[in-house]
Write a protein that binds this ligand. Structure first.
Ligand SMILES: Cc1ncc(COP(=O)(O)O)c(C=O)c1O
Length: 471
């Protein structure tokens, strides 16, 4: 008898499909309540730092260069108060095969798939991760399918995502392009069932652990060249894996570094909306992913996400779209580095934050990404105009996502806005209660929530009181 492939039946088989496609039994880490043993999961299902360095070096991943951006530092100092203006550095992750830090995640995922004997890998992603998986799969002799959410219902595709499809195909992957909506997950599950391939999820322990090498390298590189760890590392944040992995790597190096998350402000735009899908000029590194994933990381395609950014974030800031475009040009024209939008999100924030710090401090934009036809400023701004977005040169503080893009009048207008982290932490705790449907929490849950929000017992208990939850 043939299997029932209706939407309902495929979705209902999700737990068994996932178990088969990842090879991890997540149940063993569960407490039966809110808490789960995160560190045990990372230890028992991930790889050690040394193993990851070896795996990644086999396929040319990692050990990317660090550049000091002297001209951007000088520019920032022009606008900073006297004595302020930290030295700005960037880690050039575009030097990885496939052109982004995502190669670190894909390297461990593809290695793992091969080790477990899978014939191929599947990833549901519209971004750099698809290219990274396709490239690593090619190196390891695995078949590869990338499932993309690419078009709105008019079948108009975001230039950056359309370009990514070409890149994945160039690496020999099969690309399944879908319109915005629930069919993405259905198609993904269906393909996993039909092919028996490995789910190269972005959120597995070995995927996230793959980014730890980046944080570790940062510490080692700065100790060698400057005799100290970076004071501040700024990380473009979306699903939280970039920040989680980098922070864990810095912690493994015993570095005392402040971790700042940075996202493009797309507040007010709904990512799953057909009509708003093409009204944004950024496909990652924005608040449309950053906020929902920070406040509920387990929304991902695995039962427990290994990306838990609130555990590691000291500060979370936003920048507007226009400032990132501006910084993209500034990086190319002042430093001779033509790079893509996601990394330049953290760079725009870094440029503004450097002006708060003393001149002898070190601030690092933790990654760059490659750029290409669909990622460039021109196609993005042209596409924005075609979709009714007004392009203005003025003060970015007045930008309204989905209505206009405001390029700063001059670099002094590039500013960050702080997101209230306590508010985000509160939302996360509320979601834990809501989604696990508990009406009282255990002492183990409290301990877990303290760690998962990098807060204190006092803070967690205060939120539980506000939510009228017993403990
Ligand atoms: C180049 C680049 N930087 C940053 C990010 C954000 O990473 P994460 O989703 O792990 O927060 C992405 C993810 O799409 C990316 O491709």
């Amino acid at each position: 008898m043939s299997k029932d492939m209706s939407f309902e039946a495929v979705m209902a088989r999700r737990p068994e499909t996932m178990k088969k496609a990842i090879g991890i039994d997540y149940d063993v880490f569960e407490s039966g309540s809110i808490a789960f043993d995160y560190e045990r999961m990372m230890r028992e299902t991930g790889y050690s730092l040394q193993q990851m360095q070896k795996i990644q070096s086999e396929t040319g991943v990692g050990n990317t260069p660090v550049y000091e951006l002297r001209n951007l530092t000088a520019l920032a100092r022009k606008f900073a108060p006297k004595g302020k203006g930290a030295r700005i550095f960037v880690k050039d992750e575009a030097a990885n095969p496939s052109g982004s830090f995502k190669a670190r995640r894909a390297a461990t995922a593809c290695y793992h798939a091969k080790k477990l004997g899978y014939k191929g890998v599947i990833a549901a992603t519209s971004g750099n991760y698809g290219a990274a998986v396709a490239s690593q799969a090619a190196m390891r002799g695995l078949k590869c399918i990338i499932v993309q959410e690419c078009y709105d219902s008019r079948e108009v595709g975001q230039p950056e995502i359309v370009e990514k499809a070409r890149k994945c195909e160039a690496y020999g992957a099969e690309v399944v392009q879908l319109t915005v909506g629930p069919e993405l997950f259905y198609s993904f599950l269906r393909l996993l069932e039909e092919t028996g391939y490995f789910n190269a999820s972005l959120y597995t322990p070995f995927g996230i652990a793959g980014v730890e090498t980046l944080g570790y390298e940062l510490s080692m590189e700065f100790r060698e060249r400057e005799g100290k760890d970076p004071d501040v590392v700024v990380v473009t944040n979306a699903g939280g894996g970039n920040l989680t992995g980098t922070a864990r790597g810095l912690i493994k190096a015993d570095a005392d570094t402040q971790i700042v998350g940075a996202s493009v402000d797309l507040s007010g735009l709904h990512m799953a909306s057909d009509t708003q899908f093409n009204r944004k000029s950024f496909t990652t590194g924005h608040t449309g992913f950053g906020i929902p994933f920070a406040t509920w990381p387990d929304r991902s395609d695995v039962p427990r996400s290994a990306a838990r950014p609130l555990r590691y974030m000291d500060r979370y800031v936003t920048v507007n779209q226009g400032s990132v475009f501006y910084m993209t040009e500034a990086l190319a024209q002042l430093e001779g580095l033509e790079r893509g939008p996601a990394g330049n999100t953290s760079l725009a924030a870094t440029f503004a934050l450097a002006q708060e710090l003393d001149e002898d401090k070190i601030i690092v934009a933790q990654e760059t990404e490659y750029t290409g036809a669909g990622k460039h400023i021109q196609p993005q701004l042209t596409f924005a105009k075609e979709n009714g977005i007004e392009i203005v040169i003025d003060d970015p503080k007045d930008e309204v996502p989905g209505e206009n893009i405001i390029l700063p009048k001059d670099p002094s207008y590039i500013k960050t806005k702080d997101i209230d982290l306590n508010k985000i932490k509160r939302s996360y705790i509320r979601n834990c209660i809501k989604n696990t449907k508990v009406d009282s929490v255990t002492s183990e849950d409290i301990e877990f929530l303290v760690k998962d929000t990098k807060s204190s017992e006092e803070f967690v208990k205060k939120v539980l009181d506000e939510l009228k939850v017993e403990y």
